[in-house]
Design a protein. Structure first.
Length: 438
């Protein structure tokens, strides 16, 4: 339940309405507070600042009406501009990065401030009255004027922020940064294993018919597993829980998403275990590093398509992928087992380093046929990644991809000069990867 509530909270935070709603509510409370403050403010103090607080009924109404009208008009422009930016990002880069745009704090804050100023002016306008019971909340009116100037500053900021947010380098850097944060949170630093995984695999062999499936409660993408509670539950029952699917894969209602060994869960326990899997309509990066890589790859593939043919954007994607894999090199991602007091309690489905590397670079290589610059940039990225890791198995994975790029060069580069240069660079990269000693 806590895991699901956490993902509901993430969805709320990433929504386009949550932060603006908070700002509007804050503005309304501020308006009421300043109106009530008028009753406790001495008349002598207000009279001592006539140019600041001596506003007439008609002047106050005109001022607040102008601010409210202008602000709601600007709000429409901001909303329209945001939709245009979302449309451009979806068509030019990838629809999977729209979540990043909607979760952008700058855009949400700008929209919330404009709506908040509008709501503030409405509340204060309602309290201004003339005649015998004349009442003008001078402090609130002055604050409304200051909020109007704040709206001007926010508008300038929003224009700058929106122009920057649709640039390819900013989008890719945000996706890579989010993915690297997920890597740091999800995978532990490299360290010695408590028990060799080969021994664990031998222990689990031959027990397949004793695994009991736990079905998913609804269809959707597996967003995360509540690892700590799964381990604790398995330890309490004296058994082992195994994930049948990787985080990020599509789960089908009624089909096994987990399986248990060593105990037979009743209906209530099976439902409790299933609820430790968060399933939603879209993938998230928090426990799904593959999705972060997928976003960068999608942008690269769009850039390499014949209709776009944007080699520079594709190279920036490779640069950001390189940064992600340098971060992955410092993490233990091969271990599929989670233990409690030396006993295996949870078996994860992956992915391993080779799977992540294939996700990051296979499709780019396949779509870079004949593109000299992209193929060379891939080789440079592989050299950097291999140089940064001390694990022989990981360098072997990198070497496999170097050889694959070499094969693409031999088969798709037609000009002799370009082919010779690339093959020489590929050979240098191969030698560099093979000769790395730590």
């Amino acid at each position: 339940m806590l895991n699901r509530m956490y993902h509901v909270w993430l969805d709320i935070r990433a929504s386009f309405w949550f932060l603006p709603t908070l700002i509007v509510l804050t503005s309304v409370l501020l308006a009421f507070a300043l109106i009530e403050l008028e009753e406790y403010t001495s008349a002598s103090f207000l009279d001592s600042w006539p140019r600041a607080f001596a506003a007439s009924v008609d002047g106050s109404r005109s001022l607040l009406s102008t601010i409210a009208t202008t602000t709601i008009t600007v709000t429409g422009v901001v909303f329209s501009s945001t939709l245009v930016a979302l449309s451009l990002a979806s068509s030019q880069y990838s629809s999977r990065i729209l979540r990043n745009f909607m979760a952008d704090r700058g855009t949400q804050t700008s929209l919330g401030v404009f709506l908040g100023i509008f709501a503030y002016c409405l509340i204060v306008l309602r309290t201004i009255s003339g005649g015998e019971n004349q009442f003008v909340p001078s402090v609130a009116v002055l604050t409304g004027l200051m909020l109007g100037f704040l709206g001007i500053a926010i508008l300038i900021y929003f224009i700058h922020h929106l122009a920057r947010s649709i640039q390819a380098n900013h989008i890719l850097a945000e996706v890579a940064s989010e993915t690297i944060c997920a890597v740091a949170a999800l995978y532990p630093e490299l360290s010695a294993q408590v028990k060799p995984e080969s021994d664990i695999e031998l222990e689990l062999q031959g027990t397949e018919r004793f695994w009991h499936p736990v079905a998913a409660t609804k269809s959707g993408y597996l967003q995360s597993l509540d690892v700590n509670n799964l381990v604790a539950f398995a330890a309490k029952k004296g058994g082992v829980i195994r994930a049948q699917q990787k985080v990020g894969e599509f789960a089908v209602s009624g089909v096994g998403i987990l399986s248990v060994h060593g105990f037979l869960p009743n209906k209530e326990e099976a439902e409790k275990i299933a609820n430790m899997c968060a399933i939603g309509r879209q993938r998230t990066v928090e426990q799904d590093v593959t999705f972060g890589l997928r976003q960068l790859v999608d942008v690269a593939l769009r850039a390499l398509s014949p209709g776009v043919n944007d080699t520079t954007t594709a190279t920036m994607c490779i640069d950001q992928l390189t940064a992600v894999f340098v971060a992955l090199n410092k993490r233990d991602i091969e271990s599929a087992f989670r233990c409690e007091q030396g006993q295996v309690r949870l078996v994860l489905a992956g992915p391993n380093y080779a799977d992540l590397f294939a996700t990051g670079f296979d499709q780019i290589r396949q779509n870079a046929a004949g593109n000299v610059w992209i193929l060379k940039h891939l080789l440079s990225a592989f050299r950097i990644i291999a140089r940064d890791t001390s694990a022989h198995e990981r360098r072997t994975v990198v070497l496999t991809h170097v050889l694959a790029v070499t094969e693409v060069v031999e088969e798709t580069i037609t000009l002799t000069r370009d082919k010779d240069i690339l093959l020489a660079f590929a050979k240098e990269t191969q030698n560099a990867v093979e000769s790395i000693e730590h």
